[in-house]
Design a protein. Structure first.
Length: 78
């Protein structure tokens, strides 16, 4: 595991300390979880950007047109 030193503005430090305490965790664990969530958020954003870049309107239209236009069956309803 790597160690880094982070300088936080005093108001952010106090807020992190408060939120970590409310969640029953250390400031370190809170910061690790926060950074992990941001990494996941950006990876998800990149995934959908890549998926959108390869979107094929015609393939989507063809897929939609293959769906029969019939009323929902009783078993389809929630």
């Amino acid at each position: 595991m790597k160690k880094i030193q982070v300088r936080l503005p005093e108001n952010i430090h106090e807020k992190v300390k408060e939120l970590a305490h409310e969640d029953g965790m250390s400031m370190n664990s809170f910061i690790v979880a926060s950074v992990s969530n941001e990494v996941i958020r950006q990876e998800t954003r990149d995934f959908f950007r890549n998926a959108a870049a390869s979107f094929d309107n015609q393939a989507f239209a063809d897929a939609l047109s293959a769906i029969p236009n019939v009323p929902a069956q009783r078993s389809d309803k929630l």
